[in-house]
Write a protein that binds this ligand. Structure first.
Ligand code: 6PG
Length: 247
């Protein structure tokens, strides 16, 4: 596993803009090296803000959007047109504004989709997608919660103990909506790069504990690590309890 790198930005807007700039550069480098790239998106305020900055970036179209495979780290199991859907937020923030190949946008099913209300079947289907198309991911973007969740893997939840299935259904999620689909931590760790992106004082404790070596069962975000790189992109508030990094 990679060593952890931490970069602190003055405020959430600068964090989002810098993360978007990093993403353009990394995607271009990966596409130059191997002709395509795979990117795992996250929900949440910071994750969506990064996509909006990417949409508005003058360098945006240096990325060959037609050769980008897009996945989600997690999704809320709600109707497709619900404002709570990570897919809907990502399409409004970026995907509807760039020429992605629809065949390469791999969406986690909605609760009014082909699997109806069977979230277990929807999760199993996405595991097949991951197995077929994504033995690894080039870049996985993640947010984190104040209690240390990432994607929809929450502390001491069944998902955090999962070592066999690559994608799981999540019920009674502490962060609404309660029913979700999520990659597991071992699947996230198949990423070459894992970027944790968060802002705000409410995350400072989780950030500090994760970077101090907390265990993933109590703090799942601590288990989100990349094969090549584990990059924490923070604003000063989220870095407020770090002592080793100039915040
Ligand atoms: C979700 C996200 C979740 C999110 C964090 C941080 O679907 O809710 O995947 O893991 O990234 O809760 O969210 P904020 O950036 O809004 O604090």
């Amino acid at each position: 596993m990679s060593k952890t790198e931490v970069v602190v930005y003055a405020n959430p807007d600068l964090l989002a803009a810098a993360a978007a700039a990093r993403l353009v550069t990394r995607l271009v480098d990966v596409q130059s090296a191997k002709g395509s790239a795979s990117l795992v998106l996250t929900g949440g305020g910071t994750g969506v803000a990064v996509l909006e900055q990417l949409r508005d970036s003058p360098a945006r179209d240096a990325v060959d959007w037609s050769r980008l495979d897009i996945y989600w780290g997690d999704e809320r199991f709600v109707p497709a047109d619900s404002d709570e859907r990570n897919e809907k937020a990502a399409r409004e923030a970026l995907l509807d504004h760039v020429p992605v190949d629809p065949e390469r946008v791999h969406v986690m099913a909605a609760s009014d989709g082909e699997f109806g209300d069977d979230v277990d079947a929807a999760a199993a289907a996405y595991a097949e997608v991951v197995a077929k198309y994504a033995p690894t991911f080039d870049i996985t973007l993640l947010g984190l919660g104040g209690e240390g969740h990432t994607a929809s893997v929450f502390p001491e939840s069944p998902a955090v103990y999962e070592t066999v299935r690559t994608v799981v259904s999540v019920r009674d999620c502490p962060k609404p909506p309660p029913t979700r689909i999520s990659l597991t931590l071992p699947t996230i760790r198949r990423s070459h790069d894992v970027w944790l992106m968060t802002a705000g004082e409410a995350k400072a404790e989780a950030v500090s504990l994760a970077l101090a070596g907390a265990g993933e069962v109590q703090l799942p975000v601590a288990g989100a690590r990349g094969q090549r790189r584990t990059l924490w992109l923070l604003d000063r508030s989220a870095a407020g309890k770090l002592t080793k990094v100039h915040a």
